[in-house]
Design a protein around this ligand. Structure first.
Ligand code: ADP
Ligand code: MG
Length: 257
């Protein structure tokens, strides 16, 4: 069975002129197709670096990684990966619509999304109806992140990488977007890797929660929450099993920070 992501003894980090700087080492990870995996860990432990390697924005230092059974490079060329960052990088001189269309202008795998109505569907899926002609500075922070998510979803990627996408948003907006991203995940079946520093968010969204540590950078634990949730990955934040998982992760995060 093909996995969404499989790594073996993977080392990630940066090649400097004088020496390599290893950030995470010995990463052995299997992510199933269609899984929602959240990633927690102290600041600077290598969460973003790991996503960069998956997205083929950075070469691994050592070890093996496959994405959907292929190299990260091949998957990137097939445009099967969508990326959403904390500070969405919308182009200020383009409207919402033009920002979402950007991947097709750059050369997406699917042509003519406006004609087949996909952008309209995305706009309504993300509660952006009526905002097509606005410019980024005319949107709230939450709306800007929704546009970034819509843009990442346009090519219907099999893998969605989200790096603290809601970190800069207020709590109510974040909670709402959490439910929206779960709904998108249920509808599309895309595999999601989601980095957050909110334990609540990690537990609420993830079927599994991966905890990373630094010094040395590594995977500390992977907490499986599937038994504490329904099959479609729904849970109540006040459910005792969810509260217990949060307490355990809070303690673990304290120990590795
Ligand atoms: P996180 O996302 O978990 O906060 P990062 O993956 O951004 O952490 O960074 C992990 C480590 O890699 C940090 O120590 C950071 O300073 C270092 N780092 C990040 N980018 C570079 C780079 N371009 N060159 C060298 N080191 C880097
Ligand atoms: Mg980061």
């Amino acid at each position: 069975m093909v996995l969404a992501i499989e790594t073996k003894s993977l080392n990630v980090g940066y090649r400097n002129a004088d020496a390599d700087v290893t950030v995470l080492s010995g990463v052995d990870l299997k992510v199933n197709v269609g899984e929602f995996l959240t990633i927690l860990g102290p600041s600077g432990c290598g969460k973003s670096t790991l996503l960069r390697v998956v997205a083929d924005l950075l070469e691994p230092l050592a070890g093996e990684i496959t994405v959907l059974g292929e190299t990260p490079h091949a998957i990137r060329q097939q445009r099967e990966v969508g990326f959403v960052f904390q500070d969405s990088t919308l182009l200020p001189w383009r409207t919402v619509l033009e920002n979402i269309e950007l991947p097709t202008i750059v050369g997406g795998k699917n042509a003519a999304p406006v004609v087949d109505g996909r952008i309209e569907n995305l706009l309504s899926l993300l509660g952006l109806d009526g905002l097509n002609e606005r410019y980024p500075h005319q949107l709230s922070g939450g709306q800007r992140q929704r546009v970034a998510i819509a843009r990442a979803l346009l090519n219907e990627p099999k893998l969605l990488l989200m790096d603290e996408p809601f970190g800069a948003l207020d709590e109510i907006t974040r909670d709402r977007l959490n439910d929206e991203i779960l709904e998108i995940w249920r509808r599309t079946g895309t595999t999601i890797l989601f980095v957050t520093h909110s334990i609540m968010e990690a537990v609420y969204l993830g079927q599994r929660v991966m905890m990373l540590a630094s010094n040395p950078g590594r995977i500390v634990s992977i907490t499986d929450l599937r038994d504490a949730k329904t099959k479609d990955n729904t849970c109540k934040r006040e459910d005792p099993a969810i509260i217990a998982a949060m307490a355990e992760l809070r303690q673990s995060l304290g120990e590795v920070s």
